[in-house]
Design a protein around this ligand. Structure first.
Ligand code: AMP
Ligand code: ZN
Length: 112
C-alpha cells in the first residue's frame, strides 16, 4: 500500500531503527517508546489489522509469535515482557498495518 507508513519502512522509503529482519518480518524500535524496550514487529506484507487475517496468514502469524520470545531474550527481558496488538479505531490502532508491540524493562507500567 503506497500510503501506508509501515509499508514505507518495509520498502526502505522512510528510516527506522531496525533491530531484526528476515524474509517475513521486520522489527524496529518504536519512535515514541512507552517502556525501556519498545519494539514493533510487522509483517513485510500489508495486512491492515488482526481483523483482516485469513487462513493463508497462519504460518506467518505462528512465525511472528515464536520470534517474539527470541527477541525478548536478545533484549535482555528474561524476567518477562508484554505484547500488545491494538485492533481498529476503538482498539487504539493508529497505524493500519498489523504490528505487535513488544514492551519490557523497568519502565513498564502496570496493566489490569
Ligand atoms: P498503534 O497505536 O498500535 O497503531 O501503534 C502505532 C505505533 O507506531 C505507536 O506506538 C507509534 O509510536 C509508532 N510509530 C509511528 N510512526 C513510527 C515510525 N516512523 N517509526 C517507529 N514507530 C512509529
Ligand atoms: Zn502497510
Amino acid at each position: 500500500m503506497s500510503d501506508c507508513l509501515f509499508c514505507k519502512i518495509v520498502a526502505g522509503d522512510i528510516p527506522a531503527d531496525i533491530i531484526f529482519e528476515d524474509d517475513k518480518v521486520i522489527v524496529f524500535k518504536d519512535i515514541n517508546p512507552k517502556a525501556n524496550v519498545h519494539l514493533l514487529m510487522i509483517p513485510r506484507i500489508h495486512i491492515a489489522s488482526l481483523a483482516e487475517l485469513t487462513e493463508e496468514h497462519d504460518a506467518l502469524m505462528a512465525h511472528m509469535m515464536r520470534l517474539l520470545p527470541v527477541l525478548a531474550h536478545e533484549q535482555g527481558l528474561d524476567s518477562g515482557f508484554r505484547t500488545i496488538i491494538n485492533t481498529g479505531k476503538d482498539g487504539g490502532q493508529i497505524v493500519f498495518h498489523l504490528h505487535i508491540h513488544l514492551l519490557g524493562g523497568s519502565g513498564l507500567p502496570g496493566f489490569a
